[in-house]
Design a protein around this ligand. Sequence first.
Ligand SMILES: [Zn+2]
Length: 263
Amino acid sequence: MEVGNIFRHLLVHNEAFVKNTEETKFLAYATHQNPYITLLTCADSRVQGEILGRDIFNKVFIIRNAGNQFAVNRGSIEYSLFVLNTPVMLVLGHTDCGAVKFATHACITQSKEIMNLAKSFDKLMKTDYSLLTHEIKSEMLPLTIPIERGISDLRKIQNEMKELAYLSQINVDYQIEKTLKYYGDRVKENKLTIIGGVYDFVGAYSKQLGRVLITNINGIINPIDLQNNARNIIKRMPNYDEKSEGYKVVSGLIDEKVTRITV
Ligand SMILES: [Zn+2]
């Protein structure tokens, strides 16, 4: 898109937004915000907050950086958790993550013996990262820590899409591990629930494109414990009723969406 079109779009789109939005929506929250979830996700343009609902105004406090890293924006995270008191933090990675791919490339370059380990490496090694600035690289390089943890498991996957999704999943686990290191007490006191997920728009987990898979809850990653944990969280709904239609739907969704790529 040309800059003229982009600028026009900015003006026109915002005007349409103003016309189509009730003023009361803004007036009610002119001096304060009251979000219920802290979302730490990747800056990737394919990942948008709308996956949490059509209208997330005043509901989702969004923190984004390359590779959904905890350490990059810790101040913003603490503002959302401690000042705004959001009871849930969602750490959301995604499939085909450029930051994860960069860090994987860096790991392979450093240790040539892992070069033939996974199917996804061929394509990855053809990517030229030499033009990236020092700043870009140094923001993404910490991701080599989780990637190194997951890389040897890739030989058991041998599916390009799944391999990269698996590395995103391992990265989410790592970011949650870091979060728990600092805010684990709040989790123990039931003041905070940390949920990890992977937004799958390539079909690495299922044929359903656009699904958010829940891959970690408060650091729990064992698939059975993960599902049990999800069910326990649902029980905290004030009108919880196992016999209701609503519960059956949620239960089915837990079966489908609370899952991990295991090796
Ligand atoms: Zn990404």
